[in-house]
Design a binder for this molecule. Structure first.
Ligand SMILES: *[C@@H]1O[C@H](CO)[C@@H](O)[C@H](O)[C@H]1NC(C)=O
Ligand SMILES: *[C@@H]1O[C@H](CO)[C@@H](O)[C@H](O)[C@H]1NC(C)=O
Ligand SMILES: *[C@@H]1O[C@H](CO)[C@@H](O)[C@H](O)[C@H]1NC(C)=O
Ligand SMILES: *[C@@H]1O[C@H](CO)[C@@H](O)[C@H](O)[C@H]1NC(C)=O
Ligand SMILES: *[C@@H]1O[C@H](CO)[C@@H](O)[C@H](O)[C@H]1NC(C)=O
Length: 451
C-alpha cells in the first residue's frame, strides 16, 4: 500500500446524508505504512528471554508465566452492540515486552534483527469478549508497566521492530493519528495502566490524543472502596464529529479534519488538534494570533497572577518587551502559536532541564488558560481561578477539549495534557484510578451500563 494516497479530502457533499462533514477517510495500509512515534511504541529495556530469540515473532516462554505476584483480575464488560476483541500489551517486571495470550500467559514477542521494517506479530493475542451484556474475566499473570488494555470492534495489528539499544523487540502499536495505519479502519480504544510491586496500580483513560471506542472503568481497591472514571456517552464519537463540523461552519478552521471516518463515512475516532497540527503545521495558524496579541496588550498594563499551588505561592507576571515574564521564573514566555497551545509542550511551553520550579508551575497553568480561553475573562487575571463552568466560553479556544468534556458522563478524563490544572479545592478531572492494593479492574466497552 506504500504510495497510496494517505489522506483523502472528500467534499462534504460526497458523504452520506447520515454524516455530512468529517473529511478524513482512513486508508488502512500494511507494515510499510506505519509511522513509528513515541506515542505508539513500547520499547523494552531488556531483550526478550534467551529462549525467545527465534527469528519468528511468536515464541512463547511457558516457564516465565504466572509469577505469584502482581496477578490482577480484569473484568471486561461488553456493553457494545457487536463483537469486541481485547488485547494487553506492556513491559513485565524485567522490562521485557509482553502481550497477553488467550490462555492467560504472557507472550514474549521477538523479531528478526536482520529485517528493518516492522514485522507483524502473528501469534494469537486477541481475547474475544462475550456478547453484549456479558463479562469476560482474564487475569494479568504478573506486574506490568507502560501497559495498555486495548478493545477493538475488529482485529488490531501489532508489529515489532528490532532495537539495537536492547538487542530485542520494540512493539509498534496501532496509531490513531495515521489514517494509513494497518488498524485504521477498526474502531478501537485503550486504558493505560502500570501495576508495580512498589507503586501499585495506576490506570487512566485519556483523551489527550484521541477519542475512539468508548470505554469506562472502575477499580475495586484493597480497602473495599471503588473508584471510577465512567468515560464518554456511547455515541460520543459521532456527536463530537457533528459539533466539530458545526464549529468549522462558524469559524472556517479545520476542526472537521480531526474526525476520521471509514469507507462508508461512519465516524471511527476523533484526534486531538495537537496531533493534527503536528502533521499539518499550517493548520490553525490563523486561529490564535489576534487573541494572543490582545492577551499580550492586556498584560503589558495589567498583572497576571499565577498561583503555583506550591512553595512559590502566587507569582506576578507582566509582558516586558515581548515576553510574558513572571517573578522568580528563570525565563519568560514568547507568544505561543496554535501547536504550542494545543500541545502545551512546544515553543514557550517546552520545559527545559534547567527550568526552575516557578517555570515548571507556570507552563501548565498558562497553557491551560489559553486552551480554556479564560485569560481575558472577568477574573481571568488570576490563574487558575475560574471554575470549570467558565472554561471554553469564547473563541479562540480548544473546541476539541470543550466537546470531549461535554460528552463525558462524569466529567472525568483529560482532553489536553494539562487538563488537571484547576483552582485549589476544585474537582480533579483526571480519569485516573489508583490503589496500592488493587483487587479488580473492571473496564466497560461501549458506554456506561444503565443505572
Ligand atoms: C522507541 O524506539 C523508537 C526507535 O526505535 C523511537 O522512535 C520511539 O520514540 C521509542 N518509543 C518510546 C516510547 O520511547
Ligand atoms: C530454554 O528452554 C529449554 C526448554 O524449556 C530449557 O531447558 C533451557 O534451560 C532454556 N534456556 C534458557 C537459556 O532459558
Ligand atoms: C514460531 O515459533 C513457534 C514456537 O516454536 C512455532 O510454534 C511456530 O510454528 C513458529 N512459526 C513460524 C512461522 O515459524
Ligand atoms: C496514563 O497512564 C500512563 C501509564 O501509567 C502514563 O504513562 C500516562 O502519563 C498517564 N496519563 C495521564 C494523562 O495521566
Ligand atoms: C488528579 O488525580 C491524579 C490521580 O490521582 C493525580 O495524578 C493528579 O496529580 C491530580 N491532579 C491534581 C491537580 O491534584
Amino acid at each position: 500500500m506504500r504510495g497510496y494516497l494517505k489522506v483523502a479530502t472528500v467534499a462534504s457533499a460526497l458523504l452520506g446524508a447520515a454524516l455530512a462533514a468529517p473529511i478524513i477517510k482512513v486508508h488502512p495500509g500494511d507494515g510499510s505504512d506505519i509511522i513509528i512515534t513515541s506515542q505508539d511504541t513500547v520499547n523494552a529495556t531488556q531483550p526478550a528471554p534467551a529462549n525467545a530469540t527465534a527469528t519468528n515473532s511468536t515464541f512463547k516462554l511457558a516457564e516465565n508465566v504466572a509469577s505469584s505476584n502482581g496477578q490482577l483480575p480484569l473484568f471486561l464488560v461488553n456493553n457494545f452492540a457487536g463483537a469486541i476483541n481485547a488485547y494487553v500489551t506492556g513491559l513485565d517486571s524485567n522490562n521485557q515486552l509482553v502481550m497477553l495470550q488467550p490462555d492467560g500467559s504472557w507472550l514474549y514477542p521477538t523479531c528478526d534483527p536482520t529485517v528493518s521494517t516492522p514485522q507483524a506479530v502473528t501469534a494469537n493475542v486477541a481475547i474475544p469478549l462475550g456478547g453484549q451484556g456479558s463479562t469476560t474475566q482474564v487475569t494479568l499473570p504478573g506486574y506490568i508497566s507502560a501497559a495498555r488494555v486495548w478493545f477493538a470492534a475488529g482485529n488490531l495489528e501489532f508489529f515489532t521492530v528490532y532495537s539495537t539499544a536492547t538487542n530485542g523487540p520494540s512493539l509498534v502499536e496501532p496509531s490513531a493519528v495515521n489514517p494509513s495505519d494497518p488498524s485504521a479502519a477498526v474502531s478501537w480504544g485503550f486504558v493505560e495502566l502500570t501495576n508495580t510491586e512498589a507503586g501499585g496500580l495506576y490506570a487512566n483513560i485519556s483523551y489527550v490524543d484521541f477519542v475512539g471506542l468508548v470505554l469506562g472503568m472502575s477499580l475495586l481497591s484493597g480497602d473495599g472502596s471503588t473508584q471510577s472514571a465512567k468515560g464518554l456517552q456511547p455515541n460520543a464519537v459521532s456527536t463530537i464529529c457533528s459539533l466539530l463540523e458545526a464549529q468549522t461552519a462558524k469559524d472556517g478552521m479545520p476542526w472537521t479534519d480531526l474526525c476520521q471516518v471509514d469507507a462508508s463515512g461512519t465516524p471511527l475516532r476523533v484526534i486531538a488538534p495537537s496531533d493534527y497540527v503536528a502533521s499539518n503545521p499550517d493548520a490553525f495558524s490563523a486561529y490564535f494570533p489576534d487573541h494572543v496579541s490582545e492577551v499580550w496588550t492586556h498584560y503589558s498594563t495589567n498583572t497576571l497572577t499565577i498561583d503555583t499551588q506550591a512553595a512559590a505561592g502566587k507569582v506576578a507576571c507582566t509582558v516586558q518587551g515581548d515576553l510574558l515574564t513572571c517573578a522568580g521564573d528563570n525565563r519568560g514566555y514568547a507568544r505561543p502559536i496554535a501547536g504550542d497551545i494545543f500541545g502545551c509542550n512546544s515553543g514557550p511551553f517546552a520545559i527545559e532541564a534547567d527550568d526552575n520550579d516557578v517555570h515548571r508551575a507556570v507552563v501548565p497553568r498558562l497553557c491551560a488558560a489559553f486552551d480554556r480561553a479564560t485569560l481575558l475573562m472577568t477574573g481571568g487575571d488570576s490563574q487558575p481561578g475560574l471554575a470549570s463552568t467558565s472554561y471554553y466560553q469564547s473563541a479562540p479556544t480548544n473546541w476539541y477539549s470543550a466537546f470531549v468534556h461535554q460528552n463525558e458522563v462524569d466529567g472525568k478524563g483529560y482532553a489536553f495534557s494539562y487538563d488537571d490544572v484547576n483552582p485549589d479545592g476544585d474537582v480533579n478531572q483526571s480519569g485516573v484510578v489508583a490503589d496500592a492494593d488493587p483487587q479488580v479492574l473492571t473496564v466497560i466497552v461501549g458506554g456506561p451500563l444503565a443505572g
